[in-house]
Ligand binder design. Sequence first.
Ligand code: FPP
Length: 250
Amino acid sequence: MLSSNPRTTREPDPALLPIPTHVAIIMDGNGRWARQRGLPRVMGHRKGAEAVRTTVTACGELGIKYLTLYAFSSENWKRPRDEVDDLMGLLRHYLRNELNRLNKNNVRLRCIGRRDRLPRDIVDLIEESEAKTRDNTGLTLILALSYGAHAEIVEAARTIAEKAASGEIRPEDVDEKLFSSHLQTADFPDPDIIIRTSGEQRLSNFLLWQAAYAELLFLDDYWPDFTKEKLLAAIDNYRSRERRYGARSG
Ligand code: FPP
């Protein structure tokens, strides 16, 4: 149940889970938010980018260590050219303009996904932002860009197969730990909670391996309406759950 006062999130309560270490979000509903207001889809994405800023700041303030945002999926390339250009424009703008704020807030930026499909200048901005925030020790913000879990898993399998074929590893060395270490998320813990906005209840090729024991939370709000209060309520909801990882509670 949602707590009546989401601000209690920060107070330690031994009966509740600690705050999540890693929050992952499928930011859905920008288009519907815009349509509801008779606005072009790009306005929904712009408002969505504002919600990204608010959420990154809030996660940093709350002491969350990792935030992964599904900003552009491998399937999003199938959208009309104009919309893809709008989304790339927003990403470019975000990466150019947020670097100072990320550094000021001690946020480290990392990106996962197929960089070879992104425009060259965006790849340059990603590399610059990753390099210039690499010593930050607060929140790690992971942007999933041109990301698809199937492609990530296949790529890991291919690399492992190549290592086995060359004799660098033996087939019997392949276990869950080794496999995880070949995913793009090797440096991060698995998400504790995956939030999806807009009422849709599916993972849409997002962090499929890493989601094995994640708590799932589906919210009816469209992403542009996501606020710090909604994040706090989501964390309260997570904290009241019981995580058993397949074991029995008693
Ligand atoms: C889903 O809404 C959202 C996206 C496909 C893109 C998410 C992008 C942003 C929030 C803005 C840019 C990101 C950053 C990091 C600055 P949808 O278009 O699928 O909505 P719909 O399902 O209602 O049509």
